[in-house]
Design a protein. Structure first.
Lengths: 204, 123
């Protein structure tokens, strides 16, 4: 077992240590295609430098991974970058962003099941990579909002055209953002929380 | 010297599968892993004892302040499933305690969402 000498594992920086009262956590998942800015968004709102956790997928991944030339591969490592926002002395919000191979995200048991909701981050230049993500979130009943990360050279689509292309229900919020900016990424999270709040209001 | 050339082994399909990457054990009865989420918060209840594995000693040291399972995984550079295995033992021996996350199943809880919004506004 190649395990680093325990003395070299330092853990969080002193300023990142949580108070002992921090015992309640919630999570939000940021999903989207490769290179769409998930990690950028996590990093822009996180109070800690984004960290990476990983899981090794075996067997279940066989047949859905379309990597060429690695047909014999039976284990795939899926890494996720995540960040943290201290909401209060007790409550911590964790943000998880996931990398390119969309189909594997859903094999990670518990990632979406316990999440308050999800942000689907899209790049209008490659809209189609979001189709699968949105479909699976709907299947699993995970509430989500759509955030359009504005890239300088991306075509400026009218919101209605994007909604139509994504076949998005009217009630699902869609918001433009710049994932590099803390305030903009925070607004995306606020949009999600307001949407969840509306969903939590009893009908009638 | 004619025999010094490395003999290329014949490909054996049974051997082409990768070895399991992690062999941290200590759970001989094969009991269930504790239900741990990526954001289950973990706190040490004890200093490392002589009987724990090195990885577990590190966890006990890091978790003197609360840490999520995801953060433990990140700082130890170990996969989530390996960390949950290590934590399960530490929970069973009561060297740590854990607090399950607040999950969507407990919604509707508007006060929770309001607390999150309030916190985000301070960013």
């Amino acid at each position: 077992m190649d395990f680093r000498n325990s003395d070299t594992i330092t853990g969080p920086r002193s300023e990142d240590v949580l108070p002992t009262t921090a015992t309640a956590a919630v999570k939000v998942v940021i999903v989207g295609g490769f290179g769409v800015g998930k990690t950028t968004m996590v990093g822009s709102v996180s109070e800690i430098r984004p960290l990476t956790t990983e899981e090794t997928m075996t067997q279940a991944g066989v047949g859905v991974d379309d990597n060429f030339g690695v047909e014999s591969k039976t284990a795939t490592t899926v890494a996720m970058d995540f960040g943290r926002i201290s909401i209060s002395e007790e409550l911590i919000l964790y943000l998880f962003g996931t990398p390119g191979q969309e189909r594997f995200w859903f094999l990670w048991n518990g990632l979406f099941e316990g999440a308050l909701g999800a942000v689907v981050l899209i790049d209008t230049r490659r809209l189609e990579v979001s189709f699968d993500v949105i479909g699976r979130l709907e299947e699993r009943g995970v509430p989500f909002v759509v955030a359009v990360n504005t890239f300088p050279d991306a075509p400026n689509h009218p919101v209605e055209a994007l909604r139509s292309a994504l076949d998005l229900p009217d009630e699902v919020p869609m918001i433009d953002c710049d994932a590099r900016l803390r305030a903009s990424s925070r607004d995306v999270l606020m949009t999600l929380m307001r949407y969840l709040h509306r969903l939590a209001v009893p009908l009638g | 010297m004619s025999s010094s050339r490395r003999e290329r082994r014949k490909a054996d399909p049974a051997l082409s599968d990768p070895e399991r990457l992690y062999v941290i054990t200590g759970d001989p009865d094969g009991s269930e892993r504790a239900a741990l989420d990526l954001v289950t918060m973990v706190v040490s209840k004890s200093q490392p004892t002589p009987t724990v594995q090195p990885e577990q000693a590190v966890i006990l040291r890091l978790c003197q302040a609360p840490l999520s399972v995801a953060e433990i995984s990140a700082y130890l550079s170990l996969p989530f499933s390996v960390v949950t295995s290590l934590l399960t033992e530490l929970l069973a021996t009561e060297l740590i305690e854990s607090r399950a996350p607040i999950v969507r199943a407990t919604l509707p809880d508007r006060s929770l969402l309001e607390a999150v919004m309030h916190g985000l506004q301070k960013l």
